[in-house]
Each structure stands twice: as structure tokens, then as C-alpha cells.
Design a protein around this ligand. Sequence first.
Ligand code: GUN
Length: 296
Amino acid sequence: MKATIIDGKAIAGNLRNEIKLAVENLKKQGIVPGLGVVLVGDDPASLSYVTAKEKACEENGIYSREIRKPASLQEKELLGIIQSLNEDPAIHGILVQLPLPKHIREEKIIEAISPEKDVDGFHPASLGRMMTGQDTFLPCTPNGVLQILKSIGASPAGRHVTIVGRSNIVGKPLANMLLAKGEWGDATVTVCHSRTPDLAEYTRRADILIAAVGQAQLITPEMVKPGAVVIDVGVNRVPDSTKKSGFRLVGDVDFHGVQEIAAAITPVPGGVGPLTITMLLYNTVQSAQRVGEQAQ
Ligand code: GUN
């Protein structure tokens, strides 16, 4: 039987309707949620992500302010930009698009963001709170994966989840979220990565398989347990001369092959991507709501 294709756009659309309502309510209190978006350099993938994030803000009534700087920007100048966004009452969330140029220390920049405005959930304080089960901003892509599991009713509780990828942005936080106590946690989690020998040994044991390693079509049908739920977080550009852009996007999963084995699978594009942006909007609105509560 062929897997159900999970429609990330539709799931994101439902959540965005809720977000729009929350934005309208905030506006009645005189608060417009605001996101500061910082892009350094001209990496085309980063530029396309930032553009998509700003467009989503606009469509949902959220103010966004883009700060775009050349790759030659010095770390000190970037710290100054973060400082002014931290102090700006019109800004509820700060997003610094990663990766940054090599001469800028990413961890210094992330640490400079006020945890109250850390809508990416990358600050060590946010990650520490998440890891210990305290209320905080959850990183957007892992939270998007969780929203997909919720919307298809695939609870990880008591199941074996294998995550392929150990990044600070996806693999590591997602493993923690799935280990948390509760209906949408309680999983037994295995984390693999690019240096795991005999990867298939682990992926084949997964009831829920999450690929977030950044290797095009690494996960082939023989690596998947029949009936598994497969979530593909990968976004890889592969050359394609039939496309005007010269490339097409593929995930970390061999979609057509695995579709024959899995129970449900996310496509690339149109799977996790729309949820990542949606959870960023969600965190920004949540941050603005906290400001509204403090004013009362
Ligand atoms: N680069 C890749 N993914 C992300 C993300 O979710 N947030 C930011 N800021 N940069 C990224």
C-alpha cells in the first residue's frame, strides 16, 4: 500500500488561521507583533528562507523589519544591531538567519539575543529550559515536526523514534522534545548521524523516522520499517537543467521509493518547511502576548 502524503501546507494553513485570530486580538489591545529579521551576506538559500518568512509575516498581520548587511559585516557591528533590536519595543522576536559568515562567532550572536525575544529558540537559556521541561520558545523546525505528528494523530508515546541528524537546530532539540514526559513525548529516541556505522540497523527499527542530516535521498526503502511514519526535514539543492533555476529541491529521503513502504511521508517541498515558518509566527505572537499580559 502506498503511503499517505502528509500535506504540510494544509496543516500550516490551519495553524495560521489560529495565529491570524491571535494577531487580531492583540491589535485590539494596540499591540502589533513585530519580528526583526537579520540577514548577513548573500547566500541564495538564506535569502529565499528570509523572503519566505517575511512574506508569511505580512500575510498574517505581523510587522517584519529586515536588516540586511554585506558578508563583510564585523561581529561587533552585528552585536550592536542585536542590542538595538533587544531594546526596541516594536520588536517581539529576533531572527538572525544562519549560517553566518565564518569570521562571526555564531554562539556569541545567539547569546546576545534577549531570551524574551528568542523566537528561534536557539539561545542556551531557551534550550536549557526546553531540556528541563520549562515553558519556553521551542525551536521552529522541531516544533513543526511535532505539529505534523499531532495533526496526523501519530503519537510518539511508547514508540521508537529514530532521528538521523544531530544539529543544534533540529536533531538535538527534537530528541529532547520527544523524550519529554507527556502524550506528545514519552518516546524511546535513537539519534544517529553522518558518522553512524550501519545506519540502516537503527532506521529499520523506527516506528517514526525523522531525517534531518542534509544528505540528498540518503534514506532508501530498505532502511524503512513497513508502516513507519517518515518525516523528511532535509532541503537539498540538486542540479537540474530542466529547471529555470538550474536546481530542484529534494529531501533526505528517497521519496518515491519510501512511499511504497511507509504508512505516511512528508514531501519536499511542502512538508516540514511550511510548518517551520508557521512556528516562527507562533513564537512571535506568543512573545507579543507576553508583553500584553505584562502591561495589564
Ligand atoms: N538556518 C536554517 N534554519 C534556520 C532557522 O530555523 N532559523 C535561523 N535563524 N536560521 C536557520
